[in-house]
Design a protein around this ligand. Structure first.
Ligand code: NAI
Length: 269
């Protein structure tokens, strides 16, 4: 380990169980010397697994529904209190679509559900950033990373309204990244991650199909959750200070591959 995050304070959203990408990020941040709080929606707390992670990382758990401003205000205030100063990094690792959960096809979605998808999976990033800015809770050169998926740019039919949410999430990253950069030199980026076997990931219909397809298409293969955690650490560190407002593909080369030999072979007669 390299102490890349020594002395840094963070908030990590979205560790639900040991498969969660946020879980691996928390473990890596801990190894790199960071101090942080863990947060998740109060309903997710009932599973209880987050307490094991908290013990392992010597972190306090502060419940917050990321769609509720009072919860977010409490989260940032308490985190600064517990950690003893302003925040240096935030991981937004939150996604949920009731339409996906209820198997509604994209052409027949429920609009109340659609609101929820956008609020939980995209607007929550804006709410998080706006809360942090109003409370002046971030240190200069602080770094905020949100996780996204390539369905924001290209069609994956069963990714449903999550694709729209990811497009909004990436747009908020650019727009807020501009304002936060100007005001406080805070950086905001998204990491566009390969399909990963987690609760949110496996909830998408046909997940195995596009996991295996992406594996075959990517020259380096799919990026694991552990590799994603490493990339997050680099973006939270001082080694990437001038990177902001970007959507960064972390996908083994999938996004720029037209076709691979392995996939071609499947179609050769
Ligand atoms: P996960 O299911 O472990 O994490 C999603 C988290 O969102 C859970 O911890 C859940 O409790 C939390 N959440 C849901 N509603 C919330 C709310 N109202 N307030 C606060 N938290 C809430 O799954 P995973 O895969 O680790 O997802 C993390 C992020 O990575 C998501 O943004 C997801 O879209 C993204 N991603 C996942 C990929 C995959 O294939 N698994 C691929 C690319 C991006």
């Amino acid at each position: 380990m390299h102490n890349l995050l020594k002395g840094k304070r963070g908030i990590i959203f979205g560790a639900l169980d040991p498969n969660s990408i946020a879980w691996k990020v928390a473990q890596r941040c801990h190894q790199e010397g960071a101090a942080f709080t863990l947060t998740n929606a109060p309903v997710a707390m009932r599973l209880g697994a987050i307490n094991d992670l908290a013990k392992e990382c010597n972190a306090q758990v502060i419940p917050a529904d990321a769609t509720l401003m009072p919860d977010l205000e409490n989260l940032f205030s308490k985190s600064m209190e517990v950690l003893g100063g302003k925040i240096d990094f935030v991981l937004h690792s939150i996604g949920m679509s009731p339409n996906v959960r209820k198997n509604k096809p994209y052409t027949d979605i429920d609009y109340d559900f659609y609101h929820k998808t956008l609020d939980i999976s995209a607007m929550s990033l804006h709410k998080t950033l706006q809360t942090a800015m109003k409370l002046d809770a971030m240190n200069e050169w602080g770094s905020v990373v949100a996780l996204t998926y390539i369905a924001a740019q290209r069609v994956f039919p069963d990714y449903n309204d999550m694709a729209d949410a990811k497009s909004v999430l990436e747009s908020i990253t650019r727009s807020f990244g501009y304002h936060y950069g100007k005001a406080k030199k805070v950086r905001v980026n998204t990491i566009s991650q390969s399909p990963t076997k987690t609760t949110a990931g496996s909830g998408v219909k046909g997940f195995d199909g596009f996991f295996n397809y992406a594996e075959m298409m990517s020259p380096l293969g799919n990026a694991s959750a552990e590799a994603c955690a490493n990339y997050c650490v680099s973006l939270f560190s001082d080694l990437t200070k001038m990177v902001t407002m970007q959507n960064l593909f972390h996908d083994g080369g999938f996004s720029f591959t037209g076709v691979s030999r392995e996939v071609m072979e499947k179609f050769s007669s």
